[in-house]
Write a protein that binds this ligand. Structure first.
Ligand code: WT7
Length: 644
């Protein structure tokens, strides 16, 4: 089914899957408790979140749950003192969790490493001490450009433990993007690996870092710490570059946890928007830990024996909140897999589930669609009976993929938690619970304590069945504390487009039962395989090429990736002298975009034009290009006007 067909199916989906009685009986939150929680949250949402905060450990409790005196710059739990790492590690050492597995890691070649909470705690302490001895202090920024390794978890937690701020850059981004973000964050230190395994090959990560650091700002990066992983010939530049193993070997396995103010920054994570400049989304200790702990415990119904596997890369928010911080704060066992999901063949996911007895599998529609192509032969060969809950995130899941996942992976007994949230929200916002009746393709309803709605541009709720903008009407604890160094952009992007509400950037509709169906982005942001890429970023990469005069990029539906980029380009004169055919130029331009942005920005096709449709003020009308491309009526897509 092509994607247009899939969207059509989404609009007409009417099946309802009810939870099995056993699931309802065993759920941490039964229907009666859910009703009570909803009632409490509606009556007094601050008391609801205050209860959630009491589940964690604090050095000092808050003076107030929420300070909204400077809205939309909300401050959660002001006056409190805490550290998320105290909750993710230190406190577990005092309980029966001490010897429980915290992390199960598997490398692509098949090597494995397992850490109990106590072991992970000791490793984090060692690296925390190493960071301190390298002069990293509270508030300093540390860039992590790392694949999925145990050391990635260790580095993140060690940075946070000493009160520094991590900024993880996804390994699929280029040296240029890495350099820009190092400069923007004014990072003092970079942690990376020599290389990593991906689809049977070794990616030379250190080389990319070297290239990035060549032009990095002078007052930035003093030190680059390199983890041994793939035995590649890394060039070590003295005195800047140090091997991780040499550093931690001489450090003691205990280290004080820095006492942080509630809204001291924990991490920075760049995310694409409508302009070419990515936003540095900032999350802080207190609200973030409260939000992810409550949502993970409820949505995935965590039990002491669970083995939780979220397949996301740690370079994205999903990896931050639900591979590392959430599971560890909640005291569960988290699984991390380094490599390609189809390596050495398309049964790798099922193999990992079977071997470790994974009970909760949280993944993406793209990956499910990719695996569906191989049929049911692979899942049938593995014992998937340990699974009890499934999850999906990143983009709308088409009912066909939902039903396949439900039937062939979940054995028709595992509810699918289709979780809607964003880098900015930090935590799940709209999602079913294990006891909810499910409609394939719908993200269900807002979680207790979250108020979501679908509205028109004035902020009025639209009638059931009609499309509108997805908004959040009340602040929530894991919300970003802002955009790094740009309070105005924070206000304008999220709080001024629809006055008084958080504008998520998505279009959605609500059905007669109040279920929310996400339709896609309302702005010029692409969702390629669940990864957000701004059209403006791809366009500015293109116009940086000397034969490109102007470029417009749109997203076109793709059966596997959800969306891919298509570019319309106006060329400058003279390219014929350098390229034999226009196909040569097309592939040169595609390679150029890949070099500029990294493999994450998939540019599927490219078309040459002599003009581009523009508004009177000179803004490219991508909507028109898109409608033409898809053979749609331009009028149809203009019902939702641009909010920019
Ligand atoms: C955008 C956020 C935090 C998850 C990873 C992506 C889309 C996210 C869903 C879902 C339909 C979804 C939205 C959102 N999205 N989850 N369950 N169903 N769409 O994080 O990079 O910040 O992107 O991903 O469009 O705005 P992100």
């Amino acid at each position: 089914m092509d994607q247009t067909g899939a969207l059509d199916a989404l609009l007409h989906e009417e099946r309802v899957f009810r939870p099995l009685p056993q699931m309802v009986i065993e759920a941490n939150l039964n229907p009666h408790e859910l009703e009570q929680a909803q009632e409490q949250a509606n009556r007094d949402f601050l008391s609801y979140w205050e209860d959630a905060a009491h589940e964690l450990d604090w050095f000092k409790k808050w003076d107030q749950v929420l300070d909204d005196s400077n809205a939309p710059h909300y401050r959660w739990f002001p006056g409190a003192r805490c550290n998320i790492v105290y909750n993710a590690l230190d406190r577990h050492i005092e309980t029966a969790n001490k010897n429980k597995l915290a992390l199960i890691w598997e490398g692509e070649p098949g090597d494995q490493r397992k850490y109990t909470y106590y072991e992970l705690y000791r490793e984090v302490n060692r690296f925390a001490n190493a960071l301190r001895s390298l002069g990293v202090a509270k508030g300093d920024r540390v860039v992590l450009y790392m694949p999925l390794l145990p050391e990635t978890t260790i580095a993140m937690l060690a940075v946070a433990k000493i009160g520094a701020v991590h900024s993880m850059i996804y390994g699929g981004f280029s040296a240029k993007v890495l350099r820009e973000r190092i400069n923007d964050a004014k990072a003092k230190l970079v942690v990376t690996a020599d290389g990593f395994y991906r689809n049977g090959r070794v990616v030379n990560l250190k080389q990319i870092v070297d290239e990035a650091l060549l032009g990095a700002c002078a007052e930035c990066v003093e030190t680059c710490v390199v983890v041994h992983r793939a035995n590649v010939d890394a060039e070590m530049h003295e005195p800047r570059d140090l091997w991780y193993e040499d550093l931690v070997r001489r450090e003691r396995p205990s280290s004080p946890t820095e006492v942080m103010d509630a809204d001291d920054p924990l991490f920075l994570l760049y995310s694409s928007g409508t302009t070419g400049k990515p936003k540095g989304i900032v999350h802080s200790h207190a609200g973030y830990m409260v939000g992810i702990n409550r949502t993970l415990n409820w949505v995935f119904d965590l039990k002491p024996t669970d083995i939780f596997w979220c397949t996301a890369d740690t370079g994205w928010i999903t990896g931050h909140s639900y591979v590392i911080y959430g599971p560890l704060v909640a005291g569960t066992t988290t699984v991390m897999y380094e490599g390609h999901p189809l390596y050495p063949q398309a049964d790798r996911l099922w193999d990992v589930v079977a071997r470790y007895g994974v009970t909760i599998l949280y993944t993406s529609p793209t990956l499910i669609r990719m695996l569906m192509r191989f049929g049911t032969q692979y899942p049938r060969q593995k014992d998937l009976s340990t699974l009890r809950l499934l999850g999906s995130v990143g983009e709308p899941i088409n009912p066909e993929a939902w039903v396949w996942l439900h039937k062939h992976i979940g054995g028709a007994k595992c509810p699918i938690m289709d979780t809607w949230w964003q880098t900015e929200t930090g935590m799940f916002m709209i999602s079913p619970l294990p006891i909810s009746p499910l409609k394939p393709g719908s993200v269900n309803k807002a979680l207790p304590g979250v108020e979501a709605d679908v509205v028109d541009r004035e902020g009025n709720p639209v009638p059931a069945g009609k499309g509108g903008f997805l908004v959040i009407k009340k602040p929530w604890p894991a919300m970003m504390s802002g955009i790094d160094n740009d309070p105005e952009r924070y206000e304008n992007t999220y709080w001024k487009k629809i006055p008084g509400m958080y504008f998520a950037g998505d279009v959605a509709r609500k059905d007669e039962d109040g279920y929310i169906w996400i339709q896609g982005r309302a702005d010029d942001v692409l969702n390629i395989a669940g990864h957000r890429i701004g059209t403006a970023e791809v366009e500015s990469a293109l116009v940086a090429h000397r034969f490109v005069n102007e470029a417009a990029v749109i997203g076109i539906p793709d059966t596997i990736k959800g969306e891919v980029a298509k570019a319309f380009v106006i060329l400058t004169d003279g390219w014929e002298a350098e390229y034999d055919t226009s196909e040569d130029l097309v592939s040169a331009l595609k390679n150029h975009v890949r070099r500029e942005l990294g493999p994450v920005a998939v540019l599927k096709s490219l078309e040459f034009r002599t003009t581009l449709p523009k508004t009177r003020s000179g803004k490219i009308m991508r909507r028109i290009l898109k409608a033409e491309e898809l053979g749609e009526d331009v009028g149809d897509t203009s019902t939702l006007e641009d909010l920019d």
